[in-house]
Design a protein around this ligand. Structure first.
Ligand SMILES: [Zn+2]
Length: 274
């Protein structure tokens, strides 16, 4: 999955410090991310006068955001980060998530004053009213629906680039448990009633400011699928021999489908330590 980058380590302990020439430094704009030779620029690639914002540590080096365009770099769509070799996909996605949060937190949502960086933690502070704002992470659930035997129900979302099939997913509503969200999303999008929910694992999905929590669940294959057309192009049952093209390997959905192929629907060997 995206965050499985051992033996490398991304540390989110907030320890800002001065940039050094070889430290990675990313530059984003609404249209894309600037890459150099297919990888991340370093602080030395930026023109004089660039301001750097500390993001996180990677294998003991600090990683920064830059407010200027790096020299001799090419802009790629944000989506290109997902196709980088690991650990760059995870580092780039995490940097994108933080860039998006910083650009949306320039002013206080309570009183409208310009926000300041907290010197102690990853937070933005309003010097006028004291409002503290922490990085926004939106929890979402994703569910692999099986029939208790040898078939999976997979769906093709409207926004799935390239038309692959994957699991049903959606954001938590306020006041809802994850299990309730799983059942609601499946019912809304496919009309299926789920039973036998089992926790699978979870992963950060920074490209959409999301944290994905995965479940397996069972549905009755004889129940009619009623597609939510605003969300899905298609949803249907597949045998393990006829599975369509699935999601990228960095996605938790890919790990869920592979686990089902390897072990069936019984996750008891797996436990929940993922
Ligand atoms: Zn304020």
């Amino acid at each position: 999955m995206l965050h499985d980058i051992a033996p490398h380590v991304l540390s989110n302990a907030y320890s800002p410090r001065a940039p050094q020439g070889e430290d990675p430094a990313l530059c984003f704009d609404p249209e894309g991310v600037y890459l150099k030779d297919g990888g991340f620029p370093t602080c030395a690639d930026y023109p004089a006068g660039t301001s750097f914002q500390y993001l996180f540590d990677y294998d003991g080096s600090a990683v920064f955001l830059a407010d200027r365009i790096p020299m001799a770099a090419q802009r790629q769509p944000h989506r290109a980060l997902r196709s980088l070799a690991q650990p760059q996909a995870f580092l780039g996605g995490t940097a994108l998530h933080l860039w998006d949060w910083y650009r949306n937190t320039r002013f206080c949502g309570r009183c409208g004053a310009p926000m300041s960086h907290s010197p102690r933690e990853r937070a933005m502070i309003c010097p006028t009213c004291g409002n503290s704002v922490y990085p926004r992470i939106s929890p979402a659930v994703i569910v692999l629906i099986h029939n208790g035997a040898d078939r999976l129900m997979l769906a093709q979302g409207k926004h799935f680039v390239g038309g692959f099939y994957s699991c049903i997913a959606g954001y938590l509503e306020i006041g809802e448990s994850m299990e309730q969200a799983v059942r609601r999303e499946a019912l809304e999008e496919t009309g299926l009633h789920l039973t036998h929910l089992q926790y699978f694992g979870n992963q950060p999905w920074p490209f959409t400011d999301t944290h994905m929590v995965g479940f397996f669940a069972q549905a009755d294959e004889s129940e009619p699928i009623r597609l939510q057309r605003e969300e899905l192009n298609d949803a249907r049952w597949f045998s393990r021999e006829e599975l369509p093209r699935g999601p990228q390997s960095i996605a938790i959905a890919s790990a869920m489908i592979q686990t089902w192929l390897d072990r069936g629907a019984n996750l008891s060997q797996e436990g929940t330590d993922r």
